[in-house]
Design a protein around this ligand. Structure first.
Ligand code: SF4
Length: 148
């Protein structure tokens, strides 16, 4: 047990964000729009979003989900906006049941790997780098959550 605890401390010491990082979403919607990309979803997440929209799972999937190889992703509009981003409100229409990929932004492997990656995330997300301080453990919890 003692060994495990000291390994955890060592992991923390090695990470550049050991003292935590700040993030507070301004709800600008920028992370749900812009360049085309993928929002990976699994069956459980699809069911939760369908329930929030009071739709049958099959109908929800037909309207909002696309198959990408063996995985599934939310569809997008041609301009890259997420299909579930309210076109006028610019807010997520399934916010309460949004997928893990959306919940864990901006604490992804790819955004916290190096200081420079985080800097880039701060440039595209006005909420990253400001507001609430997330501890190292909170960041690690988010970073390790995966949906598919
Ligand atoms: S880009 Fe950042 S601040 Fe804007 S909605 Fe997304 S998470 Fe929130």
């Amino acid at each position: 047990m003692a060994k495990k605890q000291s390994k955890k401390k060592d992991d923390k010491k090695k990470k550049w964000y050991a003292e935590g990082l700040r993030f507070e979403c301004t709800q600008c919607g920028d992370c749900c729009s812009g360049a085309p990309g993928f929002v990976w979803v699994n069956e459980e997440e699809i069911a939760a979003m369908a329930e929030e929209m009071e739709m049958e799972i099959d109908a929800f999937e037909h309207q909002f989900v696309r198959q990408v190889g063996r995985e599934k992703s939310l569809k997008e509009y041609p301009d890259g906006d997420c299909i579930l981003l309210g076109p006028e409100s610019r807010k997520c229409t399934v916010y309460e049941s949004r997928p893990i990929q959306c919940r864990t932004w901006p604490f992804w492997d790819s955004t916290v790997k190096k200081r420079g990656d985080w800097k880039q995330a701060c440039e595209v997300c006005p909420g990253a780098g400001t507001g609430k301080l997330y501890t190292f453990d909170e960041i690690e919890l988010q970073r390790k959550r995966k949906s598919v």
